[in-house]
Design a binder for this molecule. Structure first.
Ligand SMILES: CCCCCCCC(=O)SCCNC(=O)CCNC(=O)[C@H](O)C(C)(C)COP(=O)(O)OP(=O)(O)OC[C@H]1O[C@@H](n2cnc3c(N)ncnc32)[C@H](O)[C@@H]1OP(=O)(O)O
Length: 214
């Protein structure tokens, strides 16, 4: 067949290497030396809400006008559950959830795990597998757990099911969060927002905004 792409010479520099490198572990997979530490004494009790870390967070903030307003419940160990109801405003394709928003829901849930260690950490890497389409009006039932901690690196994994907590898996994610200091926010965040958060008379909210944060 003329014009077949297979008949074209390979562009220069695109030849296969003579030897393929050995398969590497994903950076979101904990290394062998990683540990599973105990829950922090400050961790929310099993079965209770982890709570929003920041009122204006797109993922969990109750004051965000268009956010996902997710609520996350602490598990018995280093695990949490969460639900995200897909609304008409979350569409990508007609009648279907936008993948980026599903990823946000996973990111938020995975990030809340860090609160169980009382660690301030930000997403360094997030990998997502979209397994099946998620229709509007579905509830995504998410379970997430810490899979290992190594130095400042917190590894975690999650899955989201539809049709019930034990329904088919629609989305899977693995993440690497990196612990950071308060300066991460004070040096990089927009000054007026930092000031507002630091000036919050609610001590608990003030601490949460910076202790466990996006
Ligand atoms: C309740 C909370 C819910 C939160 C949910 C929402 C979460 C979010 O949206 S967070 C916002 C999005 N994330 C960000 O803005 C982070 C932006 N990135 C950064 O600020 C920096 O790159 C940061 C802090 C991640 C790492 O920088 P830095 O502190 O200098 O660490 P650095 O020394 O480079 O790396 C530390 C380790 O992590 C590794 N690492 C860092 N980034 C990555 C990455 N993307 N992939 C793989 N490994 C990484 C490094 O290789 C290094 O490993 P090792 O200790 O073995 O050498």
């Amino acid at each position: 067949m003329t014009g077949s792409i297979t008949s074209q010479p390979a562009p220069k520099g695109s030849e296969q290497p003579a030897e393929r490198p050995a398969a590497q572990l994903s950076p979101t997979t904990p290394p062998q030396e990683a540990v599973l530490p105990p829950r922090a004494p400050e961790a929310p009790a099993p079965g209770t809400l982890v709570g929003s870390h920041y009122d204006h967070c797109f993922g969990c903030g109750p004051q965000h006008p268009a956010g996902l307003r997710m609520t996350v419940v602490a598990g018995e160990g280093l695990d949490v559950t969460a639900e995200f109801t897909v609304g008409a405003g979350h569409q990508g394709g007609p009648g279907l959830a936008h993948g980026g928003l599903l990823t946000t829901a996973m990111d938020e849930t995975l990030g809340s795990l860090n609160w169980l260690l009382h660690a301030a950490a930000v997403t360094g890497r997030l990998e997502t597998d979209f397994v099946r389409p998620v229709p509007v009006d579905s509830v995504l039932h998410i379970r997430a757990r810490i899979t290992g901690v190594h130095g400042r690196k917190i590894y975690s994994a999650a899955e989201g099911r539809i049709g019930g907590p034990d329904g088919p898996v629609a989305i899977r994610a693995q993440a690497l969060f990196i612990q950071v200091k308060l300066e991460h926010f004070t040096q990089h965040g927009r000054p007026e927002d930092i000031k507002k958060a630091l000036d919050d008379p609610d001590l608990f909210k003030r601490a949460r905004a910076f202790e466990v944060n996006p």
